[in-house]
Design a protein around this ligand. Structure first.
Ligand code: HEM
Length: 259
């Protein structure tokens, strides 16, 4: 083996090692804060008096949101770095390896990435955009200013996207971790499923993903408290919906791609 090949292999291996390690650290920072918001902060804020809540939004939530949104950026960047450094089929980087993406392993990581990227867009495009309005309002009211009439609606939009992210997160992690630990089991899943098998899987996976995402954006039933938004009514409902979604995605994967 030529020295150049050895250097490529070591840098790829080292790169994948470091980016995977960083990826897990920033990933747990992001998702840990997501769970803090959903399971701790939202229920606590609901019980707090307005003045105390405004102070907590100003001093506590604003800081938590800083770590939350930048950890989300770092997770996406380090995730792409793993794909870049890790080899798929042969010696090709996974990022440019279409054959890898057609394997059960590749389909698993692509599903995890689809959900994670959607969650990332929800963080920056919906949650943070609306939380800026909530934080500005809390600071303004604390300083003696008029309350912003749009703040409650902004808070509601952020809440729906945040609960949907919590729901997606369990399935996203099933596929993130499962890529290297469950879905690469060729006794259970075809290593290289056919085009129609892949098509069947993606049809189911994409429809469920799209319906849920459109729902949390209010496109299907609005942002009010109606039947389609039941899964967002409480963090308990979101937990149950998240668990059910894991089972549905696993079954979809198993039924369409089993060996
Ligand atoms: C768009 C965003 C993301 C991308 C591109 C991405 C990419 C990846 C890749 C390529 C792997 C390696 C899979 C393998 O070959 O075993 C991986 C693993 C993993 N990712 Fe992500 N990921 C993203 C988001 C997340 C998020 C939000 C989390 C939250 C904690 C996360 C946590 C993990 C974990 C725990 C592993 C497993 C590491 C292992 O078993 O070795 N990822 N990710």
């Amino acid at each position: 083996m030529a020295l150049a090949d050895v250097i490529i292999i070591i840098s790829r291996g080292g790169g994948a090692f470091v980016s995977r390690w960083l990826h897990v650290i920033v990933g747990i920072t992001w998702i840990g804060l997501l769970y803090y918001f959903n399971f701790v902060q939202v229920p606590a804020f609901a019980e707090m008096e307005a003045a105390a809540r405004n102070n907590a939004v100003d001093k506590l939530a604003s800081r938590a949101l800083w770590w939350f949104r930048w950890a989300a950026v770092a997770t996406v960047v380090t995730g792409i770095m793993i794909l870049l450094f890790q080899t798929g089929t042969g010696n090709k980087s996974q990022l440019f390896d279409m054959d890898y993406m057609k394997s059960s392993e590749g389909i698993a990581i692509a599903t995890g990435i689809l959900l994670a990227l959607t969650m990332f867009l929800n963080v920056w495009g919906v949650i943070w955009r609306n939380q800026k309005i909530v934080i500005a309002n809390a600071r303004n009211v604390q300083a003696g200013g008029e309350a912003d009439p749009n703040a409650a609606a902004a808070g509601r939009k952020a809440l729906l996207a945040s609960r949907q992210n919590a729901i997606f997160s369990f399935t996203m992690l099933l596929f993130m971790v499962g890529t290297g630990h469950f879905f690469d089991n060729i006794k259970l899943f075809k290593q290289f499923p056919s085009g129609s098998e892949r098509g069947a899987y993606w049809a189911i996976a994409v429809i469920i993903w799209l319906v849920l995402e459109l729902n949390c954006l209010g496109v299907i039933g609005g942002t009010g408290q109606n039947l389609t938004n039941k899964i967002y009514d409480s963090h308990k409902n979101a937990l149950i919906a998240g668990g059910v979604l894991v089972v549905i995605y696993y079954l979809a994967f198993y039924v369409t791609l089993k060996a």
